[in-house]
Design a protein around this ligand. Structure first.
Ligand SMILES: [Cu+2]
Length: 495
């Protein structure tokens, strides 16, 4: 498809560059500490978000009490406009300070919503007003950014997740309407050893040295009498806050082209999604238009990843759009798609095996050379912290007391992160306040895929590049809540 989208992509790239240039210019003319913004204006806010406890009716016999945004789950969909400044008031009606993170946006430190970077807390029973210029365009989201640790009632285990859609100056593609989907689990519990899918990534080849290191560490831990470290499982699963079969179906017409904007709002889980008899034409990853839109039968989304995909409705019936895991779908992870004029029970058909491959959406050649490469090795210390796994980057577990930057950067340079995973877990790694380009995945050079979260397979390597063009402290972490809370974070810093 189509000249239109290609034209858009070029346009999009050009405006993104112009935006970056404008940001740098304005930063140069206003003498302010790195990464800090001017005080927000007075008057009425454009948006108001209130954090408070409330109830979510996942199904008539499954009502959960948790922290919410504006008393609803998901939080209100915020439609912002690229480049048009907004003022947002965040009220906190709870007894504990909060952080609200604008995931995937290139905002300053004091807006971003991460205490590790220096964003002020939203005080308990207080309010913070922030102001920022939304961008980049596309599907983003907002979520709480605390460190709940072993407290599964808090942090992103709660219902504090909402979608942001930043309207581009010109819309991509041809579609009839948009549907936003938020994937989210409730009622978390601790378990020993998980059942999370780990064999769904393409190019599953493992790096021998990483595997030997990881397996040796695990054997030593077991030999010392330790059990497997804790994992988190869930009792209830939902799309848009409703268990499968309990919300309104997505009502479609034959021939309609529906653009799905899908957010994985999970604290810890990787999700899959299929719609029997239909294919997804992926047009954007993490909100960024892809170079080469491609059709896939199944979506895989790591924690905090987003997919925008068009589905042409050409197979009339009543279908279950759901997770491939029978257990999770059985406990609610799905939504019914209902064609006009059709009746009957929703039908699920297990899709053929399919491996997820980011590289089909980009180019199979090398990206621009970086100015500098930063090496990172991720390791797990099994059950080392009161039964929880401890995680480290280059041997250092992040300290929430010290919050020391590990990687000093220089503004304007292009950095390559060479990430090596010495564990068997899949890690959805995330960089705050910047987007990155995937430049090598499981040994294959690639370019043109822009994201802010990417899954790194067990005992695999991954390289991403980013340009240091948004000064201040910048948090890098695994988006799996258990991993980030127990050491898997690091700070970049540049003026
Ligand atoms: Cu992780």
């Amino acid at each position: 498809m189509t000249i239109d989208r290609r034209t858009f992509l070029h346009f999009g790239a050009a405006t993104a560059l112009a935006g970056a240039a404008a940001r740098m210019a304005s930063a140069e003319t206003q003498p302010m500490p790195a990464g800090h913004a001017a005080a927000p204006p007075e008057g009425e806010p454009d948006h108001s978000i209130r954090i408070a406890n409330g109830l979510v009716e996942l199904a008539p016999d499954h009502i959960v009490s948790t922290k919410l945004y504006n008393g609803q789950f998901p939080g209100p969909l915020l439609r912002l406009k690229e480049g048009e400044k907004v003022v947002v008031d965040i009220h906190n009606d709870t007894d504990t300070p909060e952080q609200l993170h604008w995931h995937g946006q290139t905002v300053p430190v004091d807006v971003d919503g991460a205490a590790e970077e220096g964003t002020p807390y939203i005080p308990a029973h207080g309010m913070r007003r922030i102001s920022f210029t939304p961008g980049p365009a596309g599907l983003r989201f907002y979520h709480t950014h605390l460190t709940p640790g072993a407290d599964l009632a808090n942090g992103q285990y709660s219902g504090q997740v909402g979608t942001v859609y930043i309207e581009p100056r010109r819309e991509a593609g041809r579609y009839d309407r948009e549907v936003f989907l938020m994937l989210k689990e409730f009622q978390p519990t601790l378990s020993r050893g998980g059942d999370m899918a780990s064999n769904f990534l393409a190019n599953p080849a493992r790096i021998k040295s990483l595997e030997e290191a990881g397996e040796a560490a695990m054997r030593a831990s077991m030999a010392s009498g330790k059990p497997h470290g804790y994992e988190v499982g869930y009792n209830l699963f939902s799309i848009n806050g409703r268990m499968l079969g309990h919300g309104e179906p997505i009502r479609v017409k034959h021939g309609e082209r529906v653009l799905f904007h899908i957010v994985n709002g999970s604290a810890t889980e990787i999700r899959s999604l299929a719609l029997p008899g239909h294919r997804f034409e992926i047009v954007a990853l993490d909100g960024n238009p892809v170079l080469r839109p491609a059709e896939v039968p199944v979506l895989w989304l790591g924690t905090a990843e987003r997919v925008s995909a068009i589905v042409e409705m050409k197979n009339p019936g009543i279908w279950v759009m759901g997770d491939l895991a029978d257990d999770d779908r059985g406990k609610g992870m799905g939504i019914v798609v209902e064609y006009a004029g059709r009746t009957g029970r929703p039908k699920w058909v297990k899709p053929m095996p399919y491996r997820w491959d980011y590289t089909i959406f980009g180019r199979q050649d090398s990206a621009t050379n970086p100015d500098e490469t930063l090496e990172m090795t991720f390791a797990k210390n099994n059950a080392a912290l009161d039964g929880f796994n401890q995680w480290s980057i280059n041997g250092v577990a992040f300290s929430m007391e010290k919050m020391e930057p590990m990687f000093p950067l220089q503004r304007g340079r292009r950095y390559r992160l060479r990430m090596r995973n010495a564990s068997d877990d899949v890690h959805p790694v995330h960089l705050h306040r910047h987007s990155f380009e995937i430049t090598r995945l499981a040994g294959k050079p690639t370019s043109g895929i822009i994201k802010d979260v990417v899954m790194l397979g067990g005992y695999q390597e991954l390289e991403v590049d980013f340009v240091a063009d948004n000064p201040g402290r910048t948090l890098f972490h695994c988006h799996q809540q258990l991993h980030m809370d127990f050491g898997f974070m690091a700070l970049f810093d540049y003026a």
